[in-house]
Design a protein around this ligand. Structure first.
Ligand code: ADP
Ligand code: 5GP
Length: 188
């Protein structure tokens, strides 16, 4: 029988590279990325069911009331939540399941699932984070001030995580996370 996989939370401020790191990690067939539900409007490049499940507020709160979400949080005026449905199925199949979520939701996951491994992705500096945000999608660029303001609160939460990984060089950060995944699997 295959060993169980782990629940891995990647979290941290906007523009630190969480999405970029997650996309590199899922090149490994044993790693899957959970698709969140959100009430945010899709950006031009985003596809429903691939990047997010885009929901109306009513639909989102129906999911919540029907216990379909492992966690949820409000972020810059929109709601985001993790569908619980497939998580244990994937873990039992030996997959590492990545949740790419903000900090309030990440800490809720740890309360509900103490076995989850929480990684805080930190920018190498605020200047570099700002530079990355300015290069990001239009939807993000329109929201930069709110997102930087939010980062100040989020950075204070880093010490509540199991690991802090600095996303300086992408390959180095991805390799550090792969080492954490292997170490965590070996201590199950
Ligand atoms: P997040 O998901 O944390 O908001 P993204 O993954 O969208 O961040 O990355 C924000 C921007 O920073 C993107 O343009 C991405 O290409 C860039 N980026 C990510 N990681 C690095 C890195 N290690 N070095 C330089 N640029 C990076
Ligand atoms: P964005 O609008 O840039 O796609 O996402 C905004 C923030 O919401 C990011 O920090 C992202 O990680 C977070 N996020 C995405 N999905 C979820 C989720 O399911 N739950 C929580 N708590 N945060 C999420």
């Amino acid at each position: 029988m295959k060993n169980k996989g782990i629940l891995l939370v990647l979290s941290g401020p906007s523009g630190t590279g969480k999405g970029t790191i997650a996309n590199k990690l899922i090149e490994d067939k044993d790693i899957v990325l959970s698709i969140s539900a959100t009430t945010r409007l899709p950006r031009d490049t985003e596809i429903d069911g691939k990047h997010y499940y885009f929901k109306s507020k009513d639909e989102f709160f129906n999911m919540l009331e029907n216990n379909k979400l492992l966690e949820y949080a409000e972020y810059c005026g929109n709601y985001y939540g993790t569908p619980e449905e497939n998580i244990d199925k994937w873990i039992n199949e030996g997959k590492t399941v990545i949740l790419e979520i903000e900090t309030v939701g990440a800490l809720k996951v740890k309360q509900k699932r103490p076995d989850a491994v929480l990684i805080f992705i930190s920018p190498p500096s605020i200047e570099e984070q700002l530079r990355r945000l300015k290069n990001a999608d239009t939807g993000v660029r329109n929201d930069i001030e709110k997102r930087i303001e939010k980062s100040r609160e989020e950075l204070k939460l880093a010490d509540k995580y199991d690991y802090v990984v600095i996303n300086d060089s992408l390959d180095r950060a991805v390799n550090e996370i792969k080492d954490i995944i292997n170490k965590s699997k070996n201590t199950l």
